[in-house]
Write a protein of this length. Structure first.
Length: 255
């Protein structure tokens, strides 16, 4: 049996669920969800295909992969004959890209009710919340970094999506004449990012999953040289978050 532990918000849970299911299906094991904080509704209420997996129930000889890890030795897990306990975040793009098609099926949802950007729009996602206050973590000192980047991208309209679009931090961006603020439900904003052909994301698992499930032509992603363990780094170590592949679709910019 594979037990995957849920913690954090919807974006974090998507990593935890996806890796647990990838391993469970590969091994023919049952997938069990451990949700001590009762927050699984953040995932399961949105994605109806993200259910359990039936398979062999092996409860002995537990291999505990914990706590709060990003890296997982997949070969060791696949070779283990007993129970596997996954208690981490698992934010490494290369765990998921080989399984993109089936992950998109697991996280499919009806987006027909939500507004979508035009093909020539640029969508900017700005996660503020705990990244802004009490101290800036994963954000530049000012939003000017994003304005300078936007000025290099030809566009007619820029759509700003944020958890707090009225915050003073974003005022210079909101003041641009071609910027429109869109702030709806969690899945309305997710859809706006997912359906964008060109998107500038922040350091947010929510935005990362939206672009992963979509078909963007170009993604701009912020990286940092900070050693803070929760940040996306330009040179990630083994236990660091590593979500931005080096390919023609992704352009990195420093914050």
């Amino acid at each position: 049996m594979i037990t995957t532990c849920f913690k954090g918000g919807m974006g974090n849970q998507m990593f935890q669920y996806a890796l647990g299911r990838i391993i469970a299906e590969a091994k023919g094991y049952k997938l069990e969800i451990s949700d001590p904080d009762n927050r699984g509704n953040l995932l399961f209420d949105q994605f109806k295909n993200a259910g359990g997996v039936d398979g062999k129930e092996v409860k002995e000889n537990t291999m505990a992969c914990a706590h709060d890890l990003q890296y997982l030795d997949i070969n060791a897990v696949m070779g283990h004959s007993g129970h596997v306990l996954l208690h981490g975040y698992w934010q490494k793009y290369y765990y998921y890209t080989p399984h993109a098609d089936k992950i998109r099926q697991w996280f499919a949802y009806d987006d027909s009710q939500f507004e979508k950007p035009e093909p020539d729009d640029v969508v900017i996602h700005m996660r503020l919340g705990d990244q802004l206050k009490p101290d800036k973590i994963g954000l530049p000192e000012t939003v000017q970094v994003y304005i300078d980047l936007l000025n290099t991208i030809p566009h007619k309209r820029c759509i700003l999506v944020s958890d707090d679009p009225s915050d003073l931090f974003l005022a210079p961006l909101r003041a641009l004449p071609n910027v429109e603020v869109k702030h709806g439900s969690q899945m309305a904003d997710f859809t706006m990012i997912k359906c964008a052909k060109r998107v500038i994301i922040s350091q947010s698992t929510y935005a990362w999953w939206a672009t992963f499930l979509g078909t963007p032509e170009q993604v701009w992603a912020p990286l940092t040289s900070s050693q803070h363990r929760c940040l996306w780094k330009a040179c990630p170590a083994v236990q660091d978050i590593d979500l931005i592949p080096l390919n023609e679709k992704y352009t990195i910019f420093k914050i």
